[in-house]
Design a protein around this ligand. Structure first.
Ligand SMILES: [Zn+2]
Length: 126
């Protein structure tokens, strides 16, 4: 898995299709404890902004923002699945739901993964 750097990903219903360029494989797979991620529960990994293309279904994506409204969280408006977000801690990157990757049958095989202390976000510390 993850030898070819180009990977397909999709939401559950398939309306939203992504193409991810992952030359370094799954970078920093992690959970996060922020108010959003701890509810969502996905394992995410990082990709550069140019490494994520929405191939199909952009019109089905909904944007959700909260708090400082810096991060941009996207989910499919049909099936509700979170696909990716533009990061607050590094706006030059997206994070994506590794469970959406084609061929990813068991993302939990990656456990234990790092848990980001998102409830004490670095941008919130004084
Ligand atoms: Zn969907």
């Amino acid at each position: 898995m993850l030898i070819n750097p180009i990977h397909k990903a999709s939401c559950h219903c398939g309306a939203v299709q992504l193409e991810l360029t992952l030359p370094n494989g799954l970078v920093d797979p992690r959970h996060c404890t922020c108010s959003m991620c701890r509810r969502r529960g996905a394992i995410v990994a990082s990709v550069s902004l140019s490494g994520l293309k929405i191939v199909r279904g952009e019109e089905h994506l909904r944007l959700y923002q909260f708090n400082t409204r810096t991060a941009k969280h996207y989910f499919c408006s049909i099936c509700g699945i979170y696909t990716h977000h533009q990061r607050r801690s590094n706006p030059e990157e997206f994070s994506f739901n590794i469970g959406c990757l084609e061929g990813m049958e068991n993302p939990f095989a990656l456990e234990p993964v790092r848990v980001l202390d998102g409830i004490n976000h670095p941008r919130d510390r004084k």
